[in-house]
Every structure is written in structure tokens, then in C-alpha cells.
Design a protein around this ligand. Structure first.
Ligand SMILES: *Cc1c(COP(=O)(O)O)cnc(C)c1O
Length: 389
């Protein structure tokens, strides 16, 4: 059972053929417009721009934040590399803040202690599609005049108190990498939630030119007007993505089915103190992006992964903390120890979760986790797995 298998809906090829017949394959054509319109409706973003990756969207956000070398950005260490590197590439200093032990999201109570007069922005990650404490973080940001940037790579369609993640911060980055809920191979989107940032975002996407003004008939040739780069996704990518977005509700249902089965099946192991399951605070509706478990300690985690591998189940650890990584040490700093980050990174494993998993696949993973821990699986899951053998 692979940890992830990119799952195509079946309509993607037809859309790509249509894009080819339409005669435009560079970015910002009709499929891009469909995708960005969908994203704007679903997230309430003021403007969505399709990019070649989530990383590209984060780099755009860092550019639009107007950071000067030496400016500081508060962000978690327990995250993907480019949450930090996008800002380091602007010469800003990632300042790594510890996470909460329940959601593994940035701990809002530690933000003010990590600030200095150079702090400009807070970058949050909604880990596993579970919202960070958005209201508390927005209040801190408002008090200190900081931008809030959401790395919402995990979080499309998840909500916080009814508000869609990605539509809340000043800017947000989404990813459609093949490991995310909705995929296009490599792609992403920048969500712009403030009117005054829309023009600058469009210019950054257009390689630093005012090409859009030509298209609107406002000027007759485009010029280099600001820093930007080649961030747009092609129409081939957008056509693939459109197939996924049309099927988003079906994909979500399939992911939820796996997530809910895991969560119910592991309740007793949690009661017995063998594992900890994900915690979803009231007010957060997640999107079944990921199912993770926290083992008792690092050795137990490594042994569990090895025993699952023997049973053909590919479970994987997650982030190696950035604050103690070679480039994290060089480009960033941590105001102190990050004990929760180190602890979670050492004990966490993620289970296979993709839309094409059938009932027997899920039962096999559930039974394998129980076997690996020497505990009996819930009777109906054991029967479902046996029926498959
Ligand atoms: C996937 C991911 C990214 C990067 O997205 P790409 O599309 O792969 O560039 C950034 N941050 C987080 C938290 C991610 O999970």
C-alpha cells in the first residue's frame, strides 16, 4: 500500500485535448480562468493566480511583502522547506517559533516573545488541513502591524469558524503537487485577499511587466515595471487541474471515508496509551488531507514504520525541523529551544491516504497497525481485511 498514489479523475486528458485544440498553451488562458474563478468562489479570495507550484506562490508572497534584507518573518520550524526558503531568498530571516502540541500548528502564545523591531510578517501553516488559531494570530498581527501569510498547501476546502482557509490572511499559497488533495502534478496558486495587493501580484506573475494593462487596452505596449518572475502555470496544467476541481466534492468524500475509518479504528489504541490520534479543535473543519499518528517515542515510531513496511504498508515520517537543518541554521534562527517541534518530528508517522483506496486497503492498514503493536484489530476491520486475502 503506497503512502500516496496520484489519483486522476478521468476527465483530465479530455480537458488537455481541448486546451490544445484551443490554441493557447501558455498561462492565463480559459482553463486558468476556470480554475481561478473556482478558487475565488471556494475561498472568498479577492483574486486567485495560478502558479507553477505552491513554492512559486510562497515566493510571490515574499516578494509582495516588500521585505528588506534583515527583516524577520515568524514561522514554524515544523513545516516544508519552502515555507522558510521563499522568505530567505528575499534576504529575510526566518525566525522559527515552536508549535502547539495539539494541532502541531504555530503556537500563537509564543509569537510576541519572538518579535523584534525587524519583524514584518507571520507565516502560518495549517498542518494537515487543521486551521491554526487564526483569530488569535490575526489579533497579534494587527497589534504589531504585521502581514499574515497563510501557507495553505494542505488546507484547500478546510475552514475555521466557517471561513475558508486561504481566504483569511493578507496572502495565501495553495499547492496542487501530486501529494495534495487536488492535484495537477506540479502547480499552486497565490490567493490575494487585499485589494491593494492585487495589481502588484498580477505584475509579479507577469514577470514584472504591466502586460495586463495592454490586454485591458490601457496602454499599447508593456514595460518592465517591478520585480517579478515566470510564476504562471501553463494551460496544460490548468486543464488537468480543472478536471480535479470539477470533481472536488467526490475526491473529498473519498478522502473523508478513509480518514474517518482510521480515526474510529485507532480510538482504543489511543485509550491504551499506545498512540495519539490527530486533535481537531472546535471550530476547525479539516479536509481529510492527512492521517497521522504520534507514537510513544522516537524508537517506537521507527519500529512501527519498519513493521508496517514488512506488511506492505508504506507509512512515512514528516518534517525534519528546519531550525536545526543546515540551511535553517545558516539563514534563520530560533529564539530558543523548540521542544514541541523536536518531539513531534521524532514521533510522528503518516498513513497511506489517497482517493483510490478501497475498503479492503483501509482495513489492511488498520489491521497492520494493530498487528505491529501486538493488539487485536476491531472485529469488523479484521474481517474486512481477511476477506481481501
Ligand atoms: C507541498 C507544500 C509546499 C510546496 O508546494 P509545492 O507545490 O510542492 O511547491 C509548501 N508548504 C507546505 C506546507 C507544503 O505541504
Amino acid at each position: 500500500m503506497p503512502f500516496n498514489r496520484p489519483w486522476a479523475v478521468g476527465t483530465e486528458l479530455g480537458h488537455i485535448g481541448d486546451a490544445i485544440a484551443g490554441g493557447q498553451l501558455s498561462g492565463r488562458g480559459p482553463y486558468t480562468d476556470r480554475c481561478t474563478g473556482w478558487l475565488e468562489r471556494r475561498t472568498a479570495a479577492r483574486r486567485a493566480l495560478l502558479t507553477h507550484s505552491g513554492t512559486g506562490a510562497l515566493e510571490m508572497a515574499a516578494l509582495l511583502a516588500g521585505l528588506e534584507p534583515g527583516d524577520e518573518v515568524l514561522l514554524p520550524s515544523f513545516t516544508f522547506v519552502t515555507t522558510a526558503s521563499a522568505f530567505a531568498m528575499r534576504g529575510a530571516v526566518p525566525v522559527f517559533v515552536d508549535i502547539r502540541s495539539d494541532t502541531l500548528n504555530l503556537d500563537e502564545r509564543l509569537l510576541e516573545d519572538a518579535m523584534t523591531p525587524r519583524t514584518r510578517a507571520i507565516v502560518v501553516v495549517h498542518y494537515a488541513g487543521v486551521a491554526c488559531d487564526v483569530d488569535a494570530i490575526a489579533a497579534v498581527a494587527a497589534r504589531h502591524g504585521l502581514l499574515v501569510i497563510e501557507d495553505a498547501a494542505h488546507a484547500l476546502t478546510a475552514t475555521y469558524r466557517g471561513r475558508p482557509l486561504g481566504g483569511i490572511g493578507d496572502l495565501a499559497a495553495l499547492s496542487f503537487h501530486e501529494t495534495k488533495n487536488l492535484i495537477a502534478g506540479e502547480a499552486g496558486a497565490l490567493l490575494v485577499n487585499r485589494d491593494h495587493l492585487v495589481d502588484a501580484a498580477e505584475i509579479a506573475l507577469d514577470k514584472g511587466t504591466d502586460r495586463r494593462r495592454v490586454e485591458r487596452g490601457e496602454v499599447d505596449r508593456y514595460r518592465w515595471v517591478a520585480l517579478g518572475s515566470s510564476y504562471a502555470a501553463s494551460e496544460i496544467t490548468a486543464a488537468f487541474l480543472w478536471g480535479q476541481l470539477e470533481a472536488a466534492d467526490d475526491i473529498a468524500r473519498r478522502r473523508w471515508r478513509v480518514w474517518d475509518r482510521y480515526h474510529a479504528a485507532f480510538a482504543r489504541l489511543e485509550e491504551e496509551g499506545l498512540l495519539r490520534r490527530p486533535i481537531v479543535p472546535a471550530g476547525c473543519r479539516h479536509n481529510a488531507h492527512m492521517y497521522y499518528l504520534l507514537a510513544a517515542d522516537g524508537a517506537a515510531r521507527d519500529e512501527l514504520i519498519a513493521r508496517l513496511e514488512e506488511r506492505g504498508v508504506n507509512a512515512v515520517f514528516h518534517y525534519v525541523p528546519l531550525h536545526s537543518s543546515p540551511a535553517g541554521l545558516r539563514h534563520g534562527r530560533a529564539p530558543g529551544e523548540l521542544p514541541v517541534t523536536d518531539d513531534a518530528s521524532g514521533r510522528l508517522l503518516r498513513l497511506p491516504l489517497w482517493p483510490g483506496m478501497d475498503d479492503a486497503d483501509v482495513a489492511h492498514v488498520i489491521r497492520s497497525v494493530h498487528e505491529a503493536l501486538g493488539r487485536p484489530a476491531p472485529a469488523h476491520e479484521a474481517a474486512a481485511a481477511a476477506a481481501d486475502n
